[in-house]
Design a protein around this ligand. Structure first.
Ligand SMILES: [Cu+2]
Length: 132
C-alpha cells in the first residue's frame, strides 16, 4: 500500500513538471538599431517572445513589417521634384511609428510566421524575424 501511494505521488509530481513546461513565456530578445541597420538582422524566436528594439542612432527609425518600398535613384538635374513620400505603414502587422533616438519599441509575437520588416524612413534597412 505504501508503495502504491509513493508511485501515485511520483506520477503526480511528473505530471505537474510536464504541464509546468508550458508555463513561463520565452525569454525576451533585444535588437539594436545602429548605423542604419538592425542587429541582428535575422533572428528566430518562439511564439510568445517579446522583441525589443533600441534605437542607438541619432535619427528616428521605425520597425514596419511588409515589403520595403523601392528606393529611387536621384532625379536627373532639371527634373521636377516629386513630393516626399509619407511614412510607409507596411502590411500593418507590426508598425512602431517613429522610434526616436535612445527610445525603444517592443512587440510580442504570438503568431508563427515570417515577419520581414524595414524602416519606414530608410527603406534600405531591412531585417527578418521568424516565429516558430
Ligand atoms: Cu531608419
Amino acid at each position: 500500500m505504501r508503495l502504491v501511494v509513493r508511485a501515485l505521488g511520483l506520477a503526480l509530481i511528473a505530471t505537474v513538471a510536464i504541464l509546468g513546461c508550458a508555463g513561463p513565456p520565452p525569454a525576451p530578445k533585444a535588437i539594436t538599431i545602429k548605423t542604419f541597420a538592425f542587429t541582428p538582422a535575422t533572428i528566430e524566436v518562439a511564439k510568445g517572445t517579446t522583441v525589443t528594439w533600441t534605437n542607438e542612432d541619432a535619427v528616428a527609425h521605425t520597425v514596419t513589417t511588409g515589403v520595403a518600398p523601392p528606393t529611387f535613384p536621384p532625379l536627373p538635374s532639371g527634373a521636377s521634384p516629386t513630393p516626399a513620400p509619407s511614412l510607409n505603414s507596411g502590411d500593418g502587422r507590426v508598425n512602431s511609428g517613429r522610434i526616436e533616438p535612445t527610445k525603444t519599441f517592443s512587440f510580442t509575437f504570438n503568431e508563427a510566421g515570417t515577419f520581414n520588416y524595414f524602416c519606414g524612413v530608410h527603406p534600405r534597412m531591412v531585417a527578418t524575424i521568424t516565429v516558430k
